[in-house]
Design a protein around this ligand. Structure first.
Ligand code: FES
Ligand code: FES
Length: 150
């Protein structure tokens, strides 16, 4: 079947099997590999995107459910060819090691700061509770969130 959805402000019309995930549609149909596929079970947050402004795991949403809706991926955060402030903060704070978790974390942090510009430590922990990182120990990620918020 064919589905139409807006991704990063651009309307796409693409083929999609009814059972495939939004993550598959983004990565394999639309050529947007920024959202990572690590668990495909809603456990790691590496596939986080905004669906109509709400942070979701793209692996848990069917592609057909995005029909007629707006998706923002990590590729859509950068503005005017420059990095998004959250991306800059991750680089500056040294919060990236292997980088596999980073796109999902960047999406989650950008969503947090949009909702709560000066988040408390508890808000940061809650907001990032769905994003797993196996490299950093999270301290640098916390530093990046505080830096981005400042
Ligand atoms: S790949 Fe979607 S939550 Fe892990
Ligand atoms: S930087 Fe490697 S999993 Fe987070």
């Amino acid at each position: 079947m064919r589905i139409a959805l807006t991704v990063n402000g651009e309307l796409h019309d693409t083929e999609a099997w009814p059972g495939e995930s939004l993550l598959y549609v983004l990565r394999e149909r639309l050529g947007l590999p920024g959202s990572k596929n690590a668990c495909e079970q809603g456990e790691c947050g590496s596939c986080s995107v905004l669906l109509d402004g709400v942070l979701v795991c793209a692996c848990l949403v069917l592609g057909v459910q995005a029909e007629g809706h707006e998706v923002v991926t990590v590729e859509g955060l950068a503005e005017n060819g420059g990095l998004h402030p959250v991306q800059e903060a991750f680089v500056e704070a040294g919060a990236v090691q292997c980088g596999f978790c980073t796109p999902g974390l960047v999406m989650a942090v950008a969503d947090l700061i949009r909702r709560s510009p000066s988040p408390s430590d508890d808000e940061i922990r809650e907001a990032l509770s769905g994003n797993l990182c196996r490299c950093t120990g999270y301290q640098k990620i916390f530093d990046a969130v505080r830096l981005a918020a400042s």
